[in-house]
Ligand binder design. Structure first.
Ligand code: 13P
Ligand code: SF4
Length: 333
């Protein structure tokens, strides 16, 4: 396909759809492009194993934001979803930030449209707004502090006890933080489609079949699943737990991509993906999995699709992210 026509189609289909020579070694080509262009490849744990294997840095949302804030590369290639690449762009207005598929969105972020959230916020004028990083730049611009699942608890605990807080957009993470901190933050009614799919009944049966296995869960899961969990944490925290805990098997209640790193770090241990409510592979995030090695290669070669952002929103969205990064530093996270 003609490159100009392919470029024009990005808005419609989300990625550059150009034929690739099937004899190419994409791993070697991507490494070559990284060096030629001084590009850094940041990947989230939910990316497919091939992408994780070729990444310069793999991490959770906090680690990825910290890495994006400190990189000296000219180009940031973000193998993750849109809000993550957007966060990297907010922190790096003068760098090119690329996302292999612009349609890699997030159901949680989509559950919180800025105009509706603005009205919600206006109903609670004396509240501080803490937003989970899984939200659009428009929501970040309406927030006072951003948090991730790695630092949400500590950020909330560092605020005065009588501080009124709105927590958006994840009601499950918000409810979990309310529970562990004893706060009563007002919660936005959003959720992640992947973490709400786990079947309590099937997890219970699985636990009975594997009595020695520890159930580990991401705080985006519903309370009914979290109540059963032996450990709750962000993807990085879950990964570290599997490395340090003495158990030999784990039932993992989060997106399946993380199992690749768990298995890499602890090859002798057994990892079982917690089962979803039906027969589909619904604990694979359909947004994260839109990125492929082929799209990644094309995006690095042609430097498309690129994240672009309106400057006023970027400046407003940057303030609560900077606050999170500063607080995380002070909290030693
Ligand atoms: P963390 O990697 O920060 O735990 O977030 C999980 C997630 O759902 C990202 O979309
Ligand atoms: Fe969004 Fe959930 Fe996918 Fe994470 S796993 S990107 S929160 S839909």
């Amino acid at each position: 396909m003609d490159l100009r026509i392919a470029e024009e189609k990005i808005d419609e289909i989300g990625f550059l759809n150009v034929e690739i020579d099937p004899t190419l070694d994409l791993f070697a080509e991507i490494e070559k492009l990284k060096k030629e262009k001084n590009a850094v490849l940041l990947a989230h744990y939910y990316q497919e194993p091939d992408i994780q294997d070729v990444a310069d840095y793999i991490g959770d949302s906090l680690g990825l934001a910290q890495e994006a804030a400190r990189t000296e590369a000219d180009i940031i290639v973000f193998a993750g979803v849109h809000f993550m690449a957007e966060t990297a762009k907010i922190l790096n207005p003068n760098k090119k930030v690329l996302l292999p598929d612009l349609k890699a969105g997030c159901s949680l972020s989509d559950s919180c449209p800025p105009p509706v959230f603005k009205q919600f916020k206006e109903k609670h004028p004396d509240h501080l707004v803490i937003s989970y990083v899984n939200c659009s730049a428009g929501i970040k611009a309406l927030s006072d502090i951003i948090c991730t699942s790695s630092n949400a608890r500590q950020i909330v605990e560092s605020l005065p006890e009588d501080q009124k807080i709105i927590f958006a957009p994840d009601k499950n993470l918000g409810a979990y933080i309310n529970k562990v901190t004893g706060r009563s933050m007002v919660l936005w009614n959003g959720a992640c489609m992947v973490h709400e799919i786990f079947s309590l009944e099937k997890i219970t049966k699985l636990k009975n079949r594997h009595p020695d296995a520890k159930l580990i869960a991401h705080p985006e899961c519903e309370d009914s699943v979290l109540r059963l969990a032996d450990f709750i944490g962000s993807t990085t925290q879950l990964l570290k737990y599997t490395q340090t805990d003495t158990s030999n098997s784990f039932i993992v209640a989060t997106e399946t991509g993380i199992l690749h790193q768990m298995q890499n770090k602890s090859p002798r241990k057994t990892f079982i993906a917690a089962p979803p409510d039906n027969a589909c592979a619904c604990n694979d995030c359909p947004h994260m999995k839109l990125n492929t090695l082929e799209k990644l290669y094309l995006c690095m070669k042609y430097e498309l699709p690129e994240i672009v952002m309106e400057e006023t929103t970027r400046l407003e969205a940057k303030k609560p992210i900077d606050r999170m990064l500063e607080m995380s530093k002070q909290l030693g996270l």
